[in-house]
Design a protein around this ligand. Structure first.
Ligand SMILES: [Zn+2]
Length: 298
């Protein structure tokens, strides 16, 4: 068979399958998740979270991003604690900004064997794989701020001194630098690896971005796995919302052995075997499509 024939055959196969291969690789997102989970529990203020921040910064650097670790301390119910936000920048053609967020800390006090595979491994894995693809395809119209955030989980109960430490810090920094008006979108990823993927966007997300997310899911024929949730939740999107930035929280907050039980969440059952490459592929593809669509909107 000559080269021309091979090319024709490949073309026919692609036309028949009707799809071109996605640049986002769910298997790579899973591998990134595994490398984070290997660290063990990543309680904010502890050695695990610190090691995770170093690992994540190294990965963003290796992907060619300019990075910083923003170390800060805040009061918590357990006294003053140190947090490390890992930030990376990917310049764009304009000064409009898309902020991509995942927390990397895990809930405290579960067990020394706690994996936090879905919460917060999966979203961090998907975020790293998104960065790889975005870097490959750069420059985009928008700049990207990649935010691997610390201290999402609360120690006892969410409040001004408990939980959402990293997102509150970053939202305030953007706001105080006068950058809130340049933010086109903040996309928060959280718990996106469940084998049984049902994204339920909390109602306290920005309507226009929920529409963009659902449209991207519709375009990729996975709209049935994306819905609006029953109510509002407190997650890393809230500080950005308060600071006046458009934000959507992409979260599947039904993570358990049966619908509605949520019995894997914040337990030692939150392990890698509950996740799937396919779910990460779906979320990665949809968010990537949404980002591409946002390049051409005002
Ligand atoms: Zn959590």
């Amino acid at each position: 068979m000559n080269v021309v024939k091979i090319l024709l055959l490949c073309g026919a196969v692609l036309a028949f399958s009707g799809c071109k291969k996605s640049p986002f690789d769910g298997a790579k997102a899973m591998a990134e998740t595994e490398s984070l989970v290997k660290i063990g529990p990543r309680e904010a203020g502890g050695g695990g979270a610190r090691r995770a921040s170093v690992l994540l910064e190294g990965k963003l650097k290796a992907l060619g991003l300019k990075t910083t670790i923003d170390t800060f301390s805040e009061e918590t119910p357990n006294g003053k604690m140190h947090f490390n936000n890992v930030l990376g920048r990917l310049p764009g053609k304009s000064n409009q900004l898309i902020v991509l967020v995942s927390h990397f800390d895990t809930k405290s006090g579960i067990s020394k064997d706690f994996s936090g595979a879905n919460d917060s491994g999966s979203s961090s894995g998907v975020l790293l794989e998104l960065v790889r693809v975005l870097k490959e395809r750069a420059p985009f119209e928008t700049e990207f701020l990649i935010a691997c955030l610390d201290g999402e989980e609360c120690r006892t109960q969410y409040g001004p001194h408990d939980g959402l430490h990293g997102s509150r810090r970053l939202a305030q920094q953007i706001y105080e630098a006068g950058g809130a008006k340049l933010v086109k979108a903040v996309i928060v990823l959280d718990m996106v690896g469940d084998k049984n993927l049902n994204i339920s966007v909390p109602r306290n997300s920005s309507k226009e971005l929920v529409k963009e997310l659902f449209f991207a899911a519709h375009e990729l024929k996975v709209r049935s796995q994306f819905a609006i949730g029953p109510g509002s939740i407190l997650d890393d999107h809230v500080p950005f919302l308060i600071a006046g930035m458009p934000v959507v929280d992409v979260i599947d907050f039904d993570y358990g052995s049966a619908p509605g039980s949520n019995n894997y969440w914040h337990t030692t059952n939150d392990t890698l075997d509950k996740l799937s490459v396919k779910s990460m592929q779906t979320v990665g593809d949809v968010v990537l499509r949404m980002i591409e669509n946002l390049q051409t909107t005002n």
